[in-house]
Design a protein. Structure first.
Length: 306
């Protein structure tokens, strides 16, 4: 049974005339009559009394009319709700970000800006647990509109986005700072570069994270070789920071996540400025994505950055 048959039947019940009902449904009368006949065959009962003028409904037709009106009304309401959901989804900008950038940059900078220009962002919170390459794949496969990430030339998996298909904005700067819990005198318990006979306990990131390739790249270019012994590995800066704060070792944490902690004096810098690692904060998009809302947000951000 087709939905249009129900609509045909409702039109016929209202007009009580095949020709007028056919005109209302924008079909020829033979086509309309055939569809009514198919409906009756499907229901295995006569719905229209064709021996009266004007036409009338049989008792079965009266019962069927109530159901037909209910079904078409529910379908119409459902279609409207689905269209509203579609329009809402199209109006949102789908956004992914690492956990540290979501907490330290998105909430403080991007979210207020989007609210200011009345832009609705759909933040995929699951992305906070993704590996670094997962972010790139999501953007390449158009599973998101925008990707907020750290950038450094040492991050190999992000080079895919250097192609002409993608565009980026540098919307901030960040610094990875080496830090350690403090001792009873307020001095760092662990300080770079450390000694060979007693390596420093190191709270690291996993190799497939955004930050570990950057740290490795930087350490390999120092005059003094840091004496580190990996104690623990994490994906998230929040976890690294927590381990450091508890005194388990030293590690590198984005400056934005450290400001309050450094002020309290429980954590201190564990190395001179040469151990500090500068980063860019970038926002990436695909040039193939021509969403009007995305273009509006992108242009507004570009104007703000210049």
């Amino acid at each position: 049974m087709e939905i249009r048959w129900l609509e045909d039947f409702i039109a016929l019940a209202k007009t009580r005339h095949f020709s007028r009902a056919a005109d209302e449904q924008n079909v020829t009368q033979p086509t309309f009559s055939r569809r009514i006949k198919l409906l009756e065959e499907e229901m295995r009962v006569t719905l229209i009394d064709r021996n009266t003028l004007p036409l009338s409904l049989t008792p079965a037709g009266e019962v069927f009319l109530q159901s037909a009106e209910m079904i078409t009304r529910q379908l119409r309401d459902t279609k409207e709700r689905c269209q509203e959901i579609r329009k809402q989804a199209e109006s949102q900008v789908r956004f992914i970000s690492s956990q540290s950038l979501f907490l330290s940059f998105y909430k403080e900078t991007l979210e207020p800006f989007c609210q200011h220009i009345d832009m609705d962002m759909d933040v995929n919170m699951k992305s906070s647990s993704w590996l670094g390459i997962d972010f790139v794949n999501a953007l390449v496969n158009q599973q998101c509109d925008l990707m907020l990430c750290y950038w450094h030339p040492a991050i190999n998996f992000i080079r895919t986005l250097d192609e002409e298909q993608f565009d980026y904005l540098v919307i901030g700067e960040e610094t990875l700072l080496p830090c350690s819990a403090t001792d009873e005198n307020g001095e760092p318990k662990f300080s770079l570069p450390g000694m060979k006979r007693k390596p420093l306990p190191y709270i690291a990131y996993y190799e497939n994270s955004f930050l570990q390739p950057i740290i490795n790249h930087h350490l390999q270019r120092q005059r003094e070789v840091p004496q580190l012994q990996t104690l623990n590995e994490n994906y998230h800066s929040i976890s690294v920071k927590a381990m450091i704060k508890e005194g388990y070792g030293l590690g590198w944490v984005p400056k934005r996540l450290l400001s309050d902690t450094l002020n309290y004096g429980k954590v201190a810098l564990a190395g001179e400025e040469n151990w500090h690692i500068p980063l860019e904060i970038r926002l990436y998009r695909s040039r193939l994505n021509q969403s009007p809302n995305l273009n509006q947000l992108w242009n507004s951000l570009k104007e703000k950055m210049t």
